[in-house]
Design a protein around this ligand. Structure first.
Ligand code: NAP
Ligand code: G4F
Length: 352
């Protein structure tokens, strides 16, 4: 199938207030795009990650527009598509927390799965020439029998979030095939940054380490220390999203670093960075991470264990390397340093 040449520079981002949405908005504005963002209404402002873009005193602020909407409300999706007439659509909005998806499975499926279908259906009718990016996830691989996981690896999600994302992925592929939409799935492995939500494990660790170093927190309680993830830097991953929509033809891509580390190893990197190198004692629920002076800085709490966890996710992004000329630029040690330093600085600002 032939797709028209790329010349439009208007993008709509759902989930613009999230970690990835904020980096993607920065990237697109720096490339000269007009960016429209879909935001949920809330009684308190939820735009902290993009306030610096909204307050810009240069011409960028004229190119960033926000509209209220919600993936559970089809009419709001139609309205923002009608008004913005985007050339590119990035569907990043989701209930994206795996543990929360066990606590609110129906809601997660409604937002993360059916929400994507609502948006795709509206795109098909209102903006069929737009290029559509679906934020899919390595969680679709779940209990994968083979490592590393690539585009051809069978899906075996292990939680409602992964199942909802699998549905969104399948419908994206289906609309590409059935209606000729330029619709792609980015199957992204975990990616982190100083803007990562505080409930995800890397940011929970960097914030706690900084607070412990500043003397305002005593210890950090975690769940499964043995879980291993392929962690990259979110700034690199939004570049991959953009490249997928600039390709000659729509396709799905795994985006990953190809290296996995455990939660325990990430703790070691971050605590060393704040000047508190850890040693470990015990195992299971009795395992503790000790400071040099013997203080118990990290403990295991059953409250943070999941009904079932994904033990290992490890990606093979060689297709993206070949077809999109994409590769990660930040190692895990550099990412841990970036996050630890950011959160240490936040402590000194808070305590000033
Ligand atoms: P995030 O920080 O949790 O951001 C999620 C965004 O979705 C927020 O802007 C949130 O708005 C919005 N949202 C939630 N429910 C919504 C609804 N019902 N209607 C409209 N917007 C809604 O997620 P992220 O880390 O940036 O990830 C971006 C996307 O990539 C998500 O779809 C996630 O599932 C997927 N993903 C992430 C990773 C990763 O490692 N970060 C890996 C693979 C895939 P509020 O600010 O109002 O909450
Ligand atoms: O940081 P996490 O909550 O991320 P998880 O579950 O891998 O999901 C993230 O990455 C996915 C891509 O693979 C995204 F699609 C998804 O939206 C999200 O961004 O947990 C990582 C690991 C898990 O095995 C978890 O059990 O860390 C383990 N863990 C151990 N203690 C903990 C904790 N996770 C959290 N959130 N909190 C803990 O105290």
């Amino acid at each position: 199938m032939q797709f028209p040449p790329r010349n439009g520079r208007r993008a709509l981002i759902t989930g613009i207030t999230g970690q990835d949405g904020s980096y993607l908005a920065e990237l697109l504005l720096s490339k000269g795009y007009e960016v429209w963002g879909l935001v949920r209404h809330s009684s308190s402002s939820g735009t902290a990650r993009i306030d610096h873009l909204l307050q810009a005193d240069d011409e960028r602020d004229l190119r960033l527009r926000l509209r209220y909407g919600d993936l559970t409300d089809g009419a709001s999706l139609w309205a923002v598509l009608e008004e913005s007439r985007p050339d590119e659509i990035y569907n990043l909005a989701a209930q994206s927390h795996v543990q929360v998806s066990f606590e609110m499975p129906a809601y997660t499926v409604d937002v993360t799965g059916t929400g994507a279908v609502r948006l795709l259906d509206a795109v098909r009718k209102v903006a069929p020439a737009a290029r559509y990016y679906q934020a899919t996830t390595s969680e679709v691989f779940g209990r994968a029998a083979l490592n590393p996981q690539r585009e051809s690896t069978p899906f075996q999600p292990r939680n409602p979030y992964g199942a909802a994302k699998a549905m969104a992925c399948y419908v994206t592929q289906n609309f590409r095939e059935a209606y000729g939409l330029f619709a792609v799935n980015g199957i992204l492995f975990n990616h982190e940054s100083p803007r990562r939500g505080e409930g995800f494990v890397t940011r929970k660790i960097s914030l706690a380490a900084a607070r412990i170093a500043a003397g305002v927190q005593r210890r950090l309680s975690l769940g499964n220390l043995d879980a291993r993830r392929d962690w990259g830097f979110a700034g690199d991953y939004v570049e991959a999203m953009w490249r997928m929509l600039q390709a000659d033809a729509p396709d799905d891509y795994v985006i990953a670093t190809g290296v996995a580390h455990s939660v325990r190893q990430f703790c070691e990197l971050v605590f060393a960075e704040v000047g508190l190198p850890l040693t470990w004692r015990g195992n299971g629920l009795s395992e503790v991470g000790l400071a040099a002076d013997g203080r118990e800085l990290v403990t295991v709490d059953a409250d943070f264990l999941r009904p079932c966890d994904v033990d290992l996710l490890l990606g093979d992004a060689s297709k993206a390397r070949r077809a999109l000329d994409w590769q990660p630029t930040v190692t895990l040690a550099e990412l841990a340093r970036m996050m630890a330093r950011h959160d240490l600085k936040m402590q000194s600002v808070d305590n000033a």
